[in-house]
Design a protein. Structure first.
Length: 476
């Protein structure tokens, strides 16, 4: 039985006239995959799913829906981890999905830029860059399904932020459909443009609450010609921070990836992901996955990494290391890191945190959060991993075995304990996943009243009717 509120038939027909049969989904069963997030944590109901094929169609769709006062949920690959890309439970909102808008509009090799539409899959963008002897550095576990519009709207990070920066650093220009349907054409491939407010930064990381990104001008980089990768066993997070400093001094800007992983993470992978194997002879408490890139060809990069790691072992900063001797072994090492999220999902429900602190305070974050949670919930299991090179840790918790309390209430207590530690250390409760619906009620506790007022003022100015992704990032 379909108990969703009736959506005005004339409005449906006007949408169909704009996007055609292929661009409109109204059947509840066909809508279902677009109304649940990747984790299965947020499940909503939508009145319609609209799939425009161009910026012009998107503009008309948004103008029509906004004029009718319909809540609009922008969506790309729907890989959000905080519920930003799914509708609420009312059944009255419309999803506007940009996946059909997936063209590469232009490549300017002399300017090292590429202009792509918001529905372009990240892996396809990487492939096109490589085919043109260039490199696009954003790299995520979801890169085979996440799309550029979502990467921009969440200011995605990934495993190479240490060298190249977040998605914000990759964006030179944007094209955005605003909440009234007007189109801002900011597709400029300029690295210097000091003509007032840099408007593009309003939309990067805004999670679709200020408009729908439809296209972007992105930076390209020289293609790496040499790669060196190693998994390093260390005693604790403090040793990893010291190792980071040593490798930066020894390898300079070639240091591209530096991922900290607790042994508990690998245990989950070995237990839940078939064919996973431990590259060491025995367990170590912590690991760091290190990767160097160089645009110059030659075998010197591996020698450089091995030399630096040898010195680290002698200095007591590392216990052991495995350096990849082939591309297959490199991929095997990275698969251990990239399969952690899937392994957690298989293991069961957990409370997940995407937090950041100054790199120097990563050891304090782990130690203080561990103490706070163990004191409150004896037997709790924590799983910590992340991009320690830029201070971003994914600090997750599984309930104690046999714990029968209400998970929602328990998760709120866990969040509060972890976030309070993060705030004391001068950190952020969201490093790269965003706020979405998951953290919308937590945000006012950890941002100042002035910051919240400024954010609300920006929202009110650009979206006075409150139709663009309502209930995400900011409460109405």
């Amino acid at each position: 039985m379909n108990d969703r509120p009736a959506f005005p038939a004339p409005l449906v027909e006007r949408l169909r006239a704009i996007v055609g049969e292929r661009g409109l989904v109204t059947d509840a069963a066909d809508l279902a995959p677009s109304t649940v997030d990747w984790r299965g944590q947020f499940k909503g109901h939508a009145a319609v799913l609209v799939r425009p094929a161009s910026t012009a169609e998107t503009s008309k769709v948004v103008a029509l829906l906004s004029g009718a006062g319909v809540g609009i949920v922008p969506q790309a690959g729907n890989t959000s981890l905080c519920g930003a890309s799914v509708p609420d439970a009312s059944g009255t909102q419309a999803i506007v999905n940009v996946s059909r808008m997936n063209r590469v509009r232009a490549i300017d090799l002399d300017n090292d830029t590429i202009t792509v539409e918001a529905g372009c899959i990240l892996a396809d963008l990487q492939r096109v860059a490589a085919e043109n002897d260039r490199f696009f550095p954003l790299s995520l576990a979801a890169e085979g399904s996440c799309e550029v519009g979502g990467n921009i709207s969440t200011n995605a990070g990934g495993t190479q932020v240490l060298r190249y920066g977040n998605m914000r650093e990759q964006v030179l220009g944007l094209e955005v459909v605003l909440p009234d349907g007007s189109v801002w054409d900011g597709l400029r491939g300029l690295r210097k443009d000091n003509t007032g407010y840099d408007l593009k930064h309003l939309f990067i990381g805004a999670e679709g609450t200020l408009g729908i990104v439809t296209a972007a001008v992105l930076k390209l980089y020289p293609k790496p010609r040499a790669v060196a990768t190693a998994l390093v066993a260390v005693a604790d997070p403090a040793a990893s921070v010291a190792l980071l400093g040593k490798l930066r001094a020894a390898c300079g800007e070639r240091l591209t990836g530096f991922e900290l992983v607790a042994r508990a993470c690998f245990d989950l992978v070995f237990r839940n992901i078939p064919a996973s194997r431990d590259p060491f002879g025995g367990p170590h408490p912590w690991y760091v996955l290190v990767e160097l890139f160089d645009t110059a060809e030659g075998g010197g990069l591996v020698d450089m990494l091995e030399g630096a790691l040898g010195e680290a072992v002698e200095a007591g900063l590392a216990h052991d290391a495995v350096v990849a001797s082939s591309e297959a072994q490199r991929r095997e090492l990275w698969s251990l890191r990239e399969n952690i999220s899937d392994a957690q999902k298989i293991e069961g429900v957990s409370v997940k945190h995407d937090v950041s602190v100054p790199v120097s305070r990563i050891p304090q974050l782990v130690a203080e959060a561990d103490r706070a949670l163990e004191a409150a919930f004896p037997g709790i299991r924590t799983v910590a991993f992340g991009h320690v090179g830029d201070g971003n840790l994914h600090y997750n918790a599984f309930p104690p075995p046999g714990d029968g309390r209400d998970f929602v209430a328990w998760s709120r207590q866990v969040n509060r304990a972890v976030y309070d530690v993060v705030q004391r250390l001068g950190g952020s409760i969201s490093a790269e996943h965003g706020i979405g619906a998951l953290k919308v009620d937590e945000l006012p506790r950890y941002k100042s009243a002035l910051e919240m007022d400024l954010m609300r003022a920006i929202k009110k100015t650009l979206d006075p009717r409150g139709v663009m992704n309502p209930g995400k990032v900011l409460r109405p």
